[in-house]
Design a protein around this ligand. Structure first.
Ligand code: TYD
Length: 211
């Protein structure tokens, strides 16, 4: 990372995989290397995309509307937030990106692979996509347990449309991530999110020191 070009890093994984904790840690690692970091998320990350997020999470809609909505939100997020940050040579850390579309809309909902691949190519038609992806892997049963434990501590009762899905759906989501990580090739880092936070952080530190 000697040359200060922008770096686009995405974090993926199921609820309870610790993405927020690891996102904050990755931010500290990059800042310690003297990099400016933009933290962002999907669906969301720009005013239009945050409005779409509210709809996608809580408004009744079919799977086709859902995939088209997340794609439109992604395009706006890239134009308004991600590409400008990369042009300023920043590191962009994004909580979820298009591999979530593969996992949730293609494998979870059962939409055709070609739909996601085609939308992805149009959304990125005149700009760059991620340079690296971190996949925080968790068995769906553990994700469910951690989510329930978190809800009982926070008292949070609003359950979004994805949180209503069953273990079968999340088994397919997990398989979708396996495929997405394989497609990203050498830029992908598969991390067992059942390990301790300390262990995961030392793995992240090692990876970032080599980027
Ligand atoms: P997340 O921000 O992890 O929700 P929370 O704040 O509850 O942790 O993700 C929102 C949901 O959006 C998540 O269940 C996955 C879903 N999603 C898709 O279905 N497709 C997508 O392309 C993206 C980016 C997210």
């Amino acid at each position: 990372m000697g040359n200060q070009t922008g770096l686009f890093v995405v974090l993926e994984g199921m609820d309870g995989a610790g993405k927020s904790t690891h996102l904050a840690y990755l931010q500290r690692l990059f800042e310690a290397k003297g990099r400016s970091v933009t933290l962002t998320r999907e669906p969301g990350g720009s005013p239009f995309a945050e409005a779409v997020r509210e709809q996608v999470l809580f408004a009744p809609m079919g799977p086709w509307t859902e995939i088209l909505a997340v794609a439109a939100a992604r395009r706006d997020h890239l134009e308004k937030t991600i590409w400008p940050a990369l042009a300023r040579s920043e590191v962009v850390l994004c909580d979820r990106f298009s591999d979530s579309t593969w996992a949730y809309q293609v494998r979870g909902r059962g939409l055709p692979e070609a739909a996601a691949l085609s939308l992805e190519s149009w959304v990125l038609t005149d700009g760059r996509g991620p340079d690296a992806g971190f996949y925080f892997d968790l068995p769906p049963e553990v994700s469910f347990e951690r989510r329930a434990a978190r809800a009982s501590v926070s008292g949070e009762t609003a359950v979004d449309r994805f949180e209503r899905e069953d273990l079968g759906f999340y088994g397919r989501v997990r398989q979708g991530y396996v495929e997405a990580a394989a497609r990203r090739g050498s830029g992908s880092h598969w991390i067992d999110a059942t390990q301790s936070i300390d262990k995961i952080q030392s793995t992240l530190k090692e990876i970032i020191s080599n980027i």
